[in-house]
Design a protein around this ligand. Structure first.
Ligand code: CAA
Length: 291
């Protein structure tokens, strides 16, 4: 059976970006969240981002309108069940993800493939708590989803070949490129990216450089589109810390210990762009370093 109808759980930054690209690729999308205002905000941002693509000549107005018409929003998780593919993009907490898959279980079709957009949690463990570990995979999008080319494909230990091939096909239809990772903590991108960001925070913590110097050095010195601290604010400092903790716990190596300064920012509620403050303050016209 092919994949035509896709259920997306969680309408935050990632879930809305994922809904955006599936709808533009012609899939029917059911986008679910537990908060009404999150769904409203998601539709506003999808529309604004599609408008941006129309303005740049990347998407026609007719395709944008058709794609927007293919997205249905709901507060009811049960409506995500009768789909061909589920993409879970809720908060990066294992208990939340587990509860979603548990609640979804009775409403799924026998052929429905389950995926999680987790950036670091074990796919094998999430899969083992469902009734279909052979039809379960990691489908990890990068932020901002409409722009970033890569999707990581992560097989759990029980994932069957047919599920893997189907998802390879889905990524291709989305116009994106996949890289396959084994199911180890944080997979490929975050295994490499997060220690770099964490090291940038240590560089700040130890006074080797200030915020502007660190970001400028990496942007202009290594041709990264954003400096590591700017990127950390973009991803969310809570997410960065959560991923460092998964690496630290999962690989039991002190080289992954989160920088105390990163922990402190998260404790302060300075989570980056989404809260208006992180390594930079986003309250004015231009971001200004907070230390
Ligand atoms: N939706 C649609 N289009 C968007 C968009 C969005 N949300 N955000 C940006 N764009 C488009 C713009 O319209 C623009 O299009 P054109 O090329 O046609 O002009 C293009 O993207 C570039 O955008 P801007 O000119 O506004 O800004 P920029 O040149 O500074 O690029 C950026 C912005 C693409 C975000 C760039 O800074 C970048 O690539 N940053 C690094 C992002 C990154 O590393 N992401 C991965 C994070 S790790 C992750 O996601 C994994 C995890 O689990 C944590």
């Amino acid at each position: 059976m092919g994949i035509e109808k896709v259920g997306i759980v969680g309408a935050g930054q990632m879930g809305s970006g994922i809904a955006h690209v599936f709808a533009l690729a012609g899939y029917d999308v059911v986008l679910q969240d537990i908060e009404e205002f999150v769904l409203t905000r998601a539709m506003e941002s999808i529309r604004a981002n599609m408008d941006r693509q129309v303005k740049r000549g990347k998407v026609s107005e007719a395709d944008r309108d058709a794609a927007l018409g293919r997205i249905r929003i709901t507060l009811d998780l049960r409506e995500v069940g009768p789909t061909d593919l589920v993409v879970e993009a809720a908060s990066e907490r294992e208990t939340i993800k587990q509860a979603i898959f548990e609640d979804l279980g009775p409403h799924l079709r026998p052929h429905t493939i389950l995926t999680s957009n987790t950036s670091s949690i074990s796919i094998t463990r999430l899969a083992s708590r469902t009734d279909r570990p052979e039809k379960f995979m990691g489908l990890h999008f990068m932020n901002p989803v409409p722009v970033m080319q890569l999707v990581e494909l992560i097989r759990g230990i029980a994932t069957d070949e047919e599920t893997f091939r189907m998802l390879e096909g889905v990524v291709e239809r989305l116009g994106k490129t996949s890289a396959t990772s084994e199911d180890f903590p944080a997979f490929i991108v975050n295994r490499i990216l997060m220690p770099m960001i964490n090291e940038a925070v240590y560089t700040l913590y130890e006074g080797v450089g200030n915020v502007r110097s660190i970001d400028r050095a990496m942007k202009l010195g290594t041709n990264h589109p954003m400096g590591p601290l700017e990127l950390a604010d973009f991803i969310g400092l809570d997410t960065c810390l959560a991923i460092m903790n998964v690496l630290h716990d999962g690989l039991a190596d002190t080289k992954y210990r989160p920088c105390p300064l990163l922990t402190k920012y998260v404790e302060a509620g300075w989570l980056g762009r989404k809260t208006g403050r992180g390594f930079y303050d986003y309250g004015g016209d231009e971001p200004v370093p907070t230390r």
